[in-house]
Design a protein around this ligand. Structure first.
Ligand code: LLP
Length: 419
C-alpha cells in the first residue's frame, strides 16, 4: 500500500488522513488513491518497453466514473462486458475505438450499441455470437471487428470461482474448435477478423499459466496463417494477482517482460493486449468501516462493524483474506483477537476472522486492498444503502459517489394498484 501509509499513529491516503474522510463523509466508505492507480497503470506500460501494446483496463474491477476518467487521461484502453460499462467508459472520456468487448452473453441490443459506438474489437465467445453479430452488422451496413476468445485449457491455479481458462468452464470457444470458428468468421461478409483473445482467470500468482496460454495463442496464430487468416493482435486477458496476505505474485513489469520475451522469441511482432483489473485498482482502495459494538459470545470476541457482505462480498463469497487495520493506532488498550463481523443477518457476514486489534467501540477500521471487486460487487441486501466512494488526489479528496439515500433505494419500486 505505497500510497496508503501510516504517519505517526494515523493512516493516510496520499496526504489525507483517512480519519478526516471518515468524519466528513461517514462510513462505510471506499477511498481510492489516484496516484496509486496511475502508478500501477504506468508499471504495465513500462513493462512493455518498445513492444506495441494496449492496456485494456477491465472495467468490471472498479467502474466508478472518476476511476475510469483517471485511466482515460493516461491513455488507457478498456475491456468491457456490458452496455452499461460501455456507457460508463464513454462518459468518462474513454475512446470507443479503444474498447474491447468480452462476455459470454452479449445481447442483441448490446452488440448493436457497441457497433454503433464503433468499438475496436468484439471478443466473441461462441459461434452463435459470430452469426448474430454478423446479422446485426449487416443491418447497420457495418463491418464488425472480432477476435475469437479461445479457451486455452490452462489451469490458472486460483480459486475455482474465478478460474476461467479450463475447458470445462463456460468461457470462450474450445481450443480444439478455434480453427473452425475462425473459418466460419472468414466467410461471414460483415465480420472482419483482427485478433485472438484469451483470459484464464483472476488473482493468478504465477507467470507460468500466462506463458502456457500465450504459447497456445501463438501456435494458433501460426495455424491461422496457414488458413490464410492474418491476425493483427494477441490479447492475453487479465488476471494478475495482488498480495492480499502472503501471496507473492510477479510484478506487472516482470510478467509483461516475460510475455513480451516469449512473443518476440517466437518471431512474432504482433501487438500484445492485456486486460488487467485487480492489479490496477486493487491496492489503490480501502474500505472504511466503524466499529458499532464490541461484544463477546461464548468466549469469542466480536467487533461488529457498519460494513457487511453487501458492501464487500469477497470474504464471504471466496473466503478471501484482506488485511484489517485501525485508522488510529492505540496504546491505551490491550490488543485482543476479534472476528470482524457486519450487520447482515447471515453467519457468513464475516469480513475477517481472528484478527488481533487494539480497538475501542466507535473506532474506524480500514479494510485494505479493497479497490477491486469491492464497491462494484455491493448490493442492497437487507435494504442497506450503498456506501460512498471518495478519490484522494494529493492533499485533497473528492466524493466521487454520494452515499445512497432511502429515497433512491425505493425510487424504482411501487405498490400494486389499489383494487
Ligand atoms: N478480462 C476478462 C475477460 C475477465 O473476465 C476479467 C475478470 C478480467 C479481464 C480482469 O481480471 P483481473 O485482472 O481483475 O483479475 N470478483 C472476483 C474476480 C472476478 C474476475 C472476473 N473476470 C474477485 O473478487 O476476486
Amino acid at each position: 500500500m505505497a500510497f496508503f501509509q501510516r504517519r505517526n499513529a494515523e493512516l493516510y491516503a496520499e496526504h489525507v488522513a483517512l480519519s478526516t474522510i471518515a468524519e466528513q463523509v461517514g462510513t462505510p466508505c471506499y477511498v481510492y488513491s489516484r496516484a496509486q492507480i496511475e502508478s500501477n497503470w504506468r508499471d504495465y506500460d513500462q513493462g512493455f518497453g518498445t513492444h506495441p501494446h494496449s492496456i485494456c483496463y477491465a472495467v468490471k474491477a472498479n467502474s466508478n466514473l472518476a476511476v475510469l476518467g483517471v485511466l482515460a487521461e493516461l491513455g488507457s484502453w478498456f475491456d468491457i462486458v456490458s452496455a452499461g460499462e460501455l456507457e460508463r467508459v464513454l462518459l468518462a472520456g474513454g475512446r470507443a475505438d479503444h474498447i474491447v468487448f468480452s462476455g459470454v452473453a452479449k445481447t442483441h441490443d448490446e452488440l448493436q450499441r457497441a457497433l454503433r459506438a464503433g468499438i475496436h474489437c468484439f471478443d466473441v465467445e461462441s459461434v452463435e455470437e459470430l452469426s448474430r453479430l454478423n446479422r446485426i452488422a449487416q443491418n447497420l451496413e457495418q463491418i464488425a471487428p472480432v477476435a475469437v476468445r479461445v479457451n486455452p485449457d490452462v489451469d490458472a491455479k486460483t480459486h475455482p470461482y474465478i478460474a476461467t481458462g479450463l475447458k470445462q468452464t463456460k468461457f470462450g470457444v474450445s481450443f480444439d474448435e478455434a480453427i473452425a470458428a475462425y473459418r466460419k468468421a472468414k466467410v461471414l461478409n460483415n465480420i472482419q477478423i483482427i485478433g485472438v483473445a484469451a483470459h484464464i482467470g483472476s488473482q493468478i500468482t504465477e507467470a507460468a499459466p500466462f506463458l502456457s496460454a500465450l504459447e497456445r495463442l501463438l501456435a494458433l496464430v501460426k495455424d491461422l496463417k496457414g488458413e490464410g487468416i492474418h491476425i493483427k493482435h494477441l490479447d492475453i486477458g487479465g488476471g494478475l494477482g495482488i498480495r492480499y496476505h502472503t501471496e507473492s505474485p510477479p510484478s506487472s513489469q516482470q510478467l509483461i517482460a516475460s510475455l513480451v520475451h516469449v512473443v518476440q522469441t517466437s518471431g512474432c511482432s504482433l501487438p500484445l493486449y492485456v486486460e488487467p483489473g485487480r492489479s490496477i485498482v486493487g491496492n489503490a482502495g480501502v474500505l472504511l468501516t466503524k466499529i458499532e459494538y464490541l461484544k463477546s459470545n461464548a468466549g469469542k470476541n466480536y467487533a461488529v462493524v457498519d460494513a457487511g457482505l453487501n458492501d464487500l462480498l469477497r470474504p464471504a463469497l471466496y473466503g478471501a483474506w484482506q488485511n484489517i487495520v485501525p485508522l488510529r493506532q492505540r496504546s491505551d488498550v490491550e490488543p485482543a483477537t476479534y472476528d470482524i463481523v457486519g450487520p447482515v443477518c447471515e453467519t457468513g457476514d464475516l469480513l475477517g476472522s481472528q484478527r488481533k486489534l487494539a480497538v475501542c467501540s466507535q473506532d474506524v477500521l480500514a479494510i485494505a486492498d479493497a479497490g477491486a471487486y469491492g464497491y462494484v460487487m455491493s448490493s442492497n441486501y437487507n435494504s442497506r444503502l450503498r456506501s460512498a466512494e471518495v478519490m484522494v488526489i494529493g492533499d485533497q479528496f473528492h466524493i466521487v459517489r454520494k452515499r445512497e439515500t432511502i429515497n433512491e433505494l425505493l425510487a424504482a419500486e411501487s405498490l400494486l394498484p389499489a383494487n
